[in-house]
Design a protein around this ligand. Structure first.
Ligand code: SF4
Ligand code: SF4
Length: 77
């Protein structure tokens, strides 16, 4: 799979202004079948801990605040 254009970014990003992990939300972490998302307790937001993804998107769909954005690669759309 080509990686050249996005080598500096992970496929799933979390808007730290919207994320309510600091209020105890862990929905995206729980729904991810790959366990690649985690909560950063310092910042109080979820983040992509491992740069691996099936692009199945429940993390984006189930986030109660719409903070998760899955950037599906062009070639997979
Ligand atoms: S798209 Fe799927 S595999 Fe990727 S982070 Fe979200 S839940 Fe996990
Ligand atoms: S589901 Fe949304 S609000 Fe909850 S921890 Fe994940 S990104 Fe934050």
């Amino acid at each position: 799979m080509p990686t050249a254009t996005q080598s500096n970014s992970v496929p799933v990003t979390v808007d730290s202004d919207k994320c309510i992990a600091h209020k105890g939300c862990t929905v995206c972490v729980e729904v991810c079948p790959l366990d690649v998302l985690a909560i950063d307790h310092v910042n109080g937001t979820a983040y992509m801990k491992f740069d691996e993804c099936w692009y199945c998107t429940p993390c984006e769909a189930d986030c109660p605040t719409g903070a998760v954005k899955v950037d599906i690669p062009y070639l997979l759309r």
